[in-house]
Write a protein that binds this ligand. Structure first.
Ligand code: NAD
Ligand code: DAU
Length: 361
């Protein structure tokens, strides 16, 4: 395939996952003069099916590699000589981090350091060095800890880091390393910290797709604790748009918070979701609510997340576009129309993991 004439090259890590695949599809179609290299290890969460629409585009390449593999990452950087990196590859599920924290330190911390070093070494060897280059680290609002319901507080870019789970601790650590590479070596970095995403292609271990999948299989909907925890939900394509903007227009050294301005108590969200699925399937009203089961709480369960996204709105003109009720309906329809996708990702290794963690529920 001919790629020599492309003006730019961006490596996107984790491009076969949930958010990464939406971002890769957006970049491939919006920037035809840029080669988009999707670097992904294809763990249980990565799925090339998510990228079918663009897999034969002339400005797209897939490379299977582990971000922790020092030699392979160096070779990939030497081969593609990217002028940008957008780093999403991570272990991303809080429950898994509670049972297997080491994997989170490995990928999220050491993998990020390896990418920072590869970018620094490549760019320092180029004639124009850091000029026109950017390393964009995609992170989470969970690094800020937890808020109290009803206190009116929001996470700002200046909020003190206070992570509680092994997942959020590993992401917080990676954010600090990114800042260190900016402050120590002058690497042009940007960091984004985003709230909970939902939408098509999310692995069904996360609340919304897990519960859609359980409803279609007539399984219980395991709500942790009392269901009063609050999350701020953002449609995944709105996040991809924000990432595109920050990567292309964000100021090096800065952090941008991204959020949905859309707080829901879990129990209210689960009821709305159950009703949306019932309506799509033509079920009697209230049928799926009967599957709601309160189960023991997640260890260290953060009570409330909520983002102040005024900096990215003010500086880059971004705000969420998708109304939650529309986004939820589109999401439910996507999963119900892609039951083969749900079946394929929940077969094999994930099925074993789920049954070990949750038994039959
Ligand atoms: P995901 O779990 O769906 O996908 C992660 C991807 O990374 C997969 O394709 C997987 O194969 C790949 N990967 C994992 N380990 C790897 C390794 N060692 N080397 C190479 N590739 C590897 O994750 P997601 O939900 O799409 O999240 C993407 C990023 O966004 C993560 O960094 C996460 O912390 C962050 N984030 C997620 C959310 C959310 O709500 N999902 C919100 C804010 C931030
Ligand atoms: O805030 C951003 C974060 O959002 C991302 O950084 C993470 O990668 C992403 O997984 C997500 O983390 P959460 O822990 O908030 O998402 P999860 O879908 O696992 O859970 C959402 C809420 O629902 C949380 O309060 C826990 C609760 N929950 C979750 C599951 C899987 C349940 O009550 N029952 C469940 O079975």
């Amino acid at each position: 395939m001919q790629t020599q004439n492309l003006a730019h090259t961006i490596i996107v890590t984790g491009g076969a996952g949930f958010i990464g695949s939406h971002l890769v599809k957006r970049l491939v179609s919006n920037y035809p003069d840029t080669l988009i290299v999707n670097l992904d290890a294809l763990t249980y969460a990565g799925n090339l099916e998510n990228l079918k629409e663009i897999e034969s585009s002339p400005n797209y390449r897939f490379v299977r590699a582990d971000i922790c593999d020092v030699e392979t990452i160096k070779q990939i950087f030497d081969k593609f000589r990217p002028d940008g990196v957008i780093h999403l590859a991570a272990e991303s599920h809080v429950d898994r981090s509670i049972t297997d924290p080491l994997a989170f330190a490995q990928t999220n911390v050491l993998g990020t350091i390896n990418l920072l070093r590869a970018s620094q070494e490549l760019w320092e060897s180029m004639p124009d060095r850091f000029n026109g280059k950017k390393f964009h680290h995609v992170s989470t609002d969970e690094v800020y800890g937890a808020l109290t319901p009803g206190d009116g507080q929001l996470f700002r870019e200046t909020t003190r880091y206070n992570p509680h789970s092994p997942y959020s601790a590993s992401k917080a650590s990676s954010d600090h390393f990114v800042r260190a590479w900016h402050d120590t070596y002058g690497l042009p970095t940007v960091v984004t910290n985003c709230s909970n995403n939902y939408g098509p292609n999310q692995f069904p271990e996360k609340l919304i797709p897990l519960f859609i999948n359980n409803i279609r299989n007539g399984r219980p909907l395991p709500v942790y604790g009392t269901g009063e925890n609050i999350r701020d939900w953002l449609y995944v394509e709105d996040h991809a748009e924000a990432l595109d903007l920050v990567f292309h227009k964000g100021t090096p050294g800065e952090t941008y918070n991204i959020g949905g301005l859309n707080e829901w108590r879990n129990i209210d969200l689960v009821k709305a979701l159950a009703d949306t699925v019932d309506s799509a399937l033509g079920n009697p009203a209230g049928q799926s609510r009967q599957l709601i089961t309160f189960v023991s709480d997640r260890k260290g369960h953060d009570m409330r997340y909520a983002i102040d996204a005024s900096k990215i709105e003010r500086e880059l003109g971004w705000k969420p576009r998708t109304e939650f009720i529309d986004g939820l309906r589109q999401t439910v329809e996507w999963y119900l129309n892609h039951q083969d996708w749900l079946d394929s990702v929940t077969s094999g290794a994930y099925k074993e993991y789920y049954e070990k963690m949750y038994g039959n529920r």
